[in-house]
Design a protein around this ligand. Structure first.
Ligand code: SF4
Length: 457
């Protein structure tokens, strides 16, 4: 895959009658424009992040199938089949580069890509699945007639128990039993003399095992290439895009308040306790208590308040009222007021800074004495329970929140807190502290105008 600044060859000339699904064995030999490189990568990332969200909410397989189908249609479809395949393959290789760089990134990408592949394969009918298996060059052959006759009784029994209903479903593959541990664990396969006989409607397990193993090796290889050459060779062009992409926020822009009304100083205390997510509520309370926050906390809370609608004048008054109790008014005006104006783009390079997304907050390192970051990640179990109790989360939902936080699903823990506090479901999930704020304000407004408490925001 060659990255160029403009013009590219169509992949249609390289691939004849493209199959619906690729095994991504090798990067396509096409030129890719720099902007496509980034846009395609981001579109695929939206799909993978949607899958990750669905899995951490505990969606069932049929719900996941529907979700993957919708995510794919929304982000990856193209009216031209070769262009759609083009985008599929290019975006996969873009994200391989993005996610090869650390063990944690590789693990996440491998798991999301395998899930995406599983559901895309499941969506195809048996005819296409068989064609894909041939196309992928997998080392499996359907059971010969003679072998089938030898174990026919047992196989028919298995076919009935797993709901195989037609002739295609009752076709079997004979594989080493170690290749299908999940089918053996769920008793969906006949095992005889070290071989498992896998029915056509269970064959997805086999294909995904091969896919995972192939992708895992490929990611290790890409990582070696990245470390030894690509990172330095591309340091002015691709490397910044690649490094930014794994932590990029893909939701709406909260740099300017849009839907919410202006946040005024007189309401700020009550709104903080009804509508701020835990990360901002914690900073707010600490500021009121200590009359001081370190730089990380000031940035995180200050930009959030700006995105929530606090004007520059009110922001200055707010920070001055607190800090002057600790450092005096004169020192505040000299040392801190500049930073407030700076975050509104009124000083220095005049950059209008954007409020931090959850991903940015969650990944910011916090030392002892810092209060910024995501409490679902940083708090001890005891402190998190106390904080949730003070938000009004009852014991039962609290256990679910704690379980998600323990398993490092911090945004899902935050979403469950939102639902427990507001008494309505939050189908969009929580991706940004300002999104939490906006949804909370909407839910509270709906409640005060007699809206349904069990509604969805
Ligand atoms: S999940 Fe996001 S909004 Fe919720 S506390 Fe963490 S960083 Fe804040």
């Amino acid at each position: 895959m060659e990255i160029v600044r403009s013009s590219r060859r169509s992949i249609a000339s390289v691939i004849d009658s493209p199959p619906a699904l690729s095994f991504y064995r090798s990067a396509p030999s096409v030129e890719v424009r720099l902007e496509e490189f980034e846009l395609y990568g981001i579109d695929r990332l939206k799909v993978l992040k949607g899958i990750s969200d669905g899995l951490s909410r505990g969606r069932k397989p049929d719900e996941m199938e529907k979700l993957v189908n919708e995510l794919w249609r929304a982000n990856m479809k193209h009216h031209d089949a070769s262009e759609a395949l083009n985008k599929d393959i290019i975006s996969h290789f873009v994200l391989r580069l993005v996610y090869c760089r650390t063990e944690e990134l590789r693990k996440w990408f491998l798991s999301m890509e395998a899930t995406l592949f599983r559901y895309r394969f499941r969506l195809e009918g048996p005819e296409i699945q068989r064609a894909l298996m041939t196309n992928f060059n997998l080392p499996y052959k359907p059971l010969s007639h003679a072998e089938y006759e030898g174990v026919k009784e047992e196989l028919n029994q298995v076919a009935r128990s797993i709901g195989a209903s037609n002739s295609a479903d009752s076709m079997f593959y004979k594989v080493n039993f170690e290749e299908v541990p999940e089918l053996i664990a769920t008793r969906k396969v006949f095992v005889h003399k070290g071989y498992a006989y896998v029915a056509m409607n269970q064959v997805v397990s086999l294909v995904v095992t091969q896919f995972r193993s192939h992708l895992s090796k490929a990611l290790a290889l890409t990582n070696r290439k990245w470390m030894s050459s690509i990172r330095d060779l591309e340091k002015d062009r691709l490397t910044p895009i690649i490094e930014a992409m794994s932590s990029s926020y893909l939701g709406p822009d909260y740099s300017k308040p849009k839907e919410s009304a202006e946040l005024s100083l007189k309401d700020i205390d009550s709104v903080a306790h009804t509508s701020f997510p835990l990360c901002m509520r914690h900073l707010f309370d600490k500021l009121r208590e200590d009359h001081h926050l370190k730089n990380g906390g000031r940035m995180q809370l200050g930009l959030f308040l700006k995105g929530a609608g606090l004007s520059l004048d009110d922001a200055l008054a707010f920070w001055r009222a607190e800090f002057s109790q600790k450092v005096g008014q004169e020192r505040f005006d000299k040392e801190y007021a500049y930073h407030v104006r700076h975050s509104f783009g009124k000083e220095g390079k005049r950059t209008d800074y954007t409020p931090f997304s959850c991903q940015r907050v969650i990944s910011s390192p916090a030392a002892v004495g810092d209060h910024h970051g995501c409490p679902y990640r940083n708090f001890s179990e005891e402190n998190l329970r106390a904080a949730l109790r003070s938000m009004g989360v009852a014991e039962r939902p609290m256990e679910e929140v704690m379980e998600k936080a323990r398993n490092r699903h911090y945004q899902v823990a935050c979403m469950l807190t939102f639902e427990a506090v507001h008494g309505c479901s939050c189908d969009t999930g929580v991706n940004h502290p300002n999104q939490y704020f906006t949804l909370s304000q909407k839910a509270l407004a709906a409640r005060s105008t007699g809206g349904d408490r069990e509604s969805t925001v």
